[in-house]
Design a protein around this ligand. Structure first.
Ligand code: PRX
Length: 695
């Protein structure tokens, strides 16, 4: 119980049961309640927008392509993949998959036998086709007035230099490299350099605590870390290197040594190099090591199924999972969704506000747009700093054509005055996108009417870290939108809506959202734990990938995502496992037990509500609340800090010892009139105690 990393015991306690029971889903009854609420919300009509898609004339084109993509995935994706460079052609029977645990090992293969390189396809291909002088990265610093432009040729040269340096450190194909950087051009460059040499990158969002960094580095055994000195987010300067130092100390104590840490000095953070601690022999500066490297480097041609990256994400149980994506299928689906959903064409100025620390920044900042030859805005700051007008200043400055963000940002902007938006020229905008959480009608309306002046299509894209790319999404100008609906499946995606017995529901209805067959960017495994992969995603419903989300399908076949049905909460579009927050809270010596649930939050979508029961003789005063919150911040990261801490004399357990989260959720949402049946509680009196001592 020493302060520090989540203890093994704590982790094991919350590891998922073996195959027999896959998901800790909320019963469909609870899901239907949420859906009913969503359905009762005022239904908005989307304005008719006049947008001509450059590849699809209309619904008929989509229907025809969709049908072929499902009936003949190998042929469909094979034809699309020809648009990319393959050093070696794939085999005829390149596409195989098994989603049925009873039939053997779960697996997905696309373009088997083919060899390619995604970084080559993102950069060299465009340079060779004469687009080397096109802007590749447009960087905007946290503070207005500082920016940077890099063409495709310049980006390629920088990627090659870093690739050469990585090779000089002994990094080879298949080795993991950890990246802990803010949104500088060097972050996508670092990812592409790894991809160029066949190394597997593991980007850790530069907001995770040293404990989280350490556990990720050790899980994937990264011997090299690419880091940055510091970052300014809004007014706040954050020393990132000291976080890495602490993480590497923790790792070292646990017997894992990182050999080299390359540190990019971020001048825009306001701090000089001299304040950054550098450990002799381990830490070196980017600007002394990289410029002297050769600007060309050999491409490592990797097999289509060789791993491209690992990205850790939270599940309903246990420690974060290293989601592994492989190369060929991911490349083709990232490029194709970007091309169709954003109608991206070479030279289009495109801005995705996500951080590369999350999947959106991988697929729709680094890889997808560059595969399309687009000009990519990389924004270091927060979109509301120094004023809520910042996003639209950047749109005006760079003449952004496609803008992709999260509902949480839209909600935070809509209350701060329309003049921040309307004062800026947004005539360059053609497509607006959202991702990460269900978008509420009010936010959709504001985005459409105020930002888009009722003229722009909105693409509400549903997908996940595990799916790698868009799954259910509008295609602009191809079929009408419905506010709040992610609409129809993308090519190659076969959704199934099932009831709790795994029976597929046909036509309109409500259920759990599953996928029936592999799509090119299917998660290939959980790094180091294929069993857990099978249990988490495939054991729940026979022959299906289970997303963890609930959904409704209407009479037009449109999908309405209603949110997670497991113990994952979605805070500002960031996925947080309640089990992780609970484990972190119980690291505090005064906390005996914790139960964490989500509740509706006006800006964040969901907030984190923590019930804590304390050790004998302890009382929850403000100081202890603060300490508990700090324990979570220190162990996971600031974004996982509980919004509410509620003292619970007992945790509402059933007689068999199971926490009744359903009731805890109701109390957190102030819906005590709908507590439902509490007769199986070991001590029903706890309910009244909880209601009477609300924080
Ligand atoms: O609940 C869904 C929600 O975000 C979850 C996936 O989170 P993550 O892996 O972090 O990836 C986020 C970015 C793709 C999903 O299970 N989600 C994502 N997009 C939407 C959404 N919920 C509703 N509508 C969306 N468009």
């Amino acid at each position: 119980r020493s302060a520090g990393r989540l203890s093994e015991a704590a982790l094991n306690r919350s590891l998922p049961p073996k195959k027999e029971q896959a998901c800790r889903c909320q019963p469909l009854r609870a899901v239907q309640k949420t859906m009913a609420a969503a359905v009762e919300a005022p239904v908005l009509e989307a304005p008719a927008v006049d947008y001509k898609h450059s590849l699809l004339a209309g619904r008929e084109d989509y229907d025809k392509m969709y049908k072929r993509s499902i009936e003949d995935p190998a042929g469909f994706w094979g034809d699309i993949a020809k648009g990319y460079h393959w050093e070696q052609q794939w085999e005829d029977d390149h596409h195989n998959h098994n989603f049925d645990v009873a039939a053997g090992r779960i697996s997905t293969e696309f373009f088997k036998g083919g060899r390619t390189n995604i970084a080559y396809n993102c950069l060299d291909r465009h340079v060779q086709e004469g687009r080397g002088d096109v802007d590749c990265l447009l960087w905007e610093a946290n503070d207005p007035g500082t920016d940077r432009r890099m063409t495709y040729s310049e980006t390629l040269a920088e990627v090659c230099r870093l690739a050469n340096w990585l090779r000089a450190q002994g990094i080879k194909k298949g080795d993991a490299v950890a990246i802990y950087m803010p949104m500088l051009c060097e972050l996508p460059i670092a990812m592409l350099a790894c991809a160029r040499i066949g190394a597997v990158h593991s980007v850790i969002f530069a907001g995770f605590s040293p404990e989280s960094i350490a556990s990720r580095i050790q899980d994937c055994k990264a011997r090299v870390v690419l880091a940055a000195s510091a970052v300014k987010r809004g007014k706040k300067a954050i020393d990132l290197k000291s976080m890495v130092d602490k993480a590497l100390d923790v790792s070292s104590k646990e017997g894992f040594e990182v050999k080299k840490c390359l540190v990019c000095h971020n001048a825009s953070s306001g701090s000089g190099k001299e304040v950054t601690h550098m450990k002799d022999g381990r830490d070196v500066w980017w600007d002394t090591e990289i410029p002297s490297q050769k600007p060309e480097s050999e491409v490592e041609w990797v097999h289509s199924e060789d791993p491209l990256f690992l990205l850790y994400t939270s599940g309903s149980t246990g420690k974060p999972k290293g989601v592994l994506h492989s190369t060929g299928g991911y490349m083709v689906m990232a490029g194709t969704t970007s091309r169709y959903v954003f109608d991206l064409q070479p030279g289009d100025v495109y801005w995705c506000t996500a951080d590369c620390g999350w999947i959106t920044g991988h697929t729709y900042l680094t890889y997808g747009p560059l595969l399309c030859g687009a000009t990519n805005v990389v924004f270091e700051g927060t979109p509301t700093y120094p004023t809520p007008a910042r996003s639209w200043q950047v749109v005006e400055k760079f003449k952004v054509k496609q803008y992709y963000t999260a509902p949480t940002l839209i909600r935070s902007l809509l209350g701060s005055g329309n003049e921040h938006v309307t004062a800026h020229d947004r005539s360059s905008l053609k497509i607006l996108g959202t991702v990460g959480e269900p978008i509420n009608p009010e936010a959709w309306k504001w985005y459409s009417e105020v930002v888009g002046e009722g003229k722009l299509p909105i693409v509400d894209t549903w997908w996940q870290t595990e799916t790698g790319a868009h799954m259910i999404t509008p295609l602009p100008g191809v079929f009408p939108a419905k506010p709040g609906s992610a609409t129809l499946p993308f090519f190659g995606v076969a959704p199934a809506m099932v009831n709790e017995h795994g029976h597929e529901i046909q036509g309109p209805g409500e259920g759990y959202l599953c996928i029936k067959q592999a799509w090119p960017s299917t998660i290939r495994t959980i790094f180091g734990d294929h069993d857990r992969y099978e249990t988490t995603y495939f054991a729940g419903f026979k022959g299906l990938y289970f997303s963890g989300d609930g959904c409704r399908r209407d009479e037009d076949g449109y999908y309405w995502i209603t949110g997670r049905v497991d113990d994952v909460i979605n805070v500002s579009g960031h996925r947080i496992g309640t089990a992780e927050v609970e484990s972190a809270l119980t690291l505090h010596p005064k906390c005996a037990e914790a139960a964490v649930v989500g509740y509706e939050h006006p800006i964040k979508g969901q907030g984190i509500y923590a019930y804590v029961s304390l050790r004998e003789g302890e009382a929850l005063d403000d100081a202890l609340k603060k300490e508990l919150v700090m324990t979570v911040r220190g162990n996971i990261g600031a974004f996982a800090a509980p919004d509410v801490v509620h003292w619970a004399p007992g945790l509402l357990k059933t007689r068999s010892g199971k926490i009744m989260r359903r009731v805890l959720r109701k109390i957190a949402s102030k819906e005590e009139s709908q507590l439902g049946d509490t007769s199986t509680l070991a001590d029903p009196g706890v309910v009244d105690q909880l209601l009477s001592n609300r924080p």
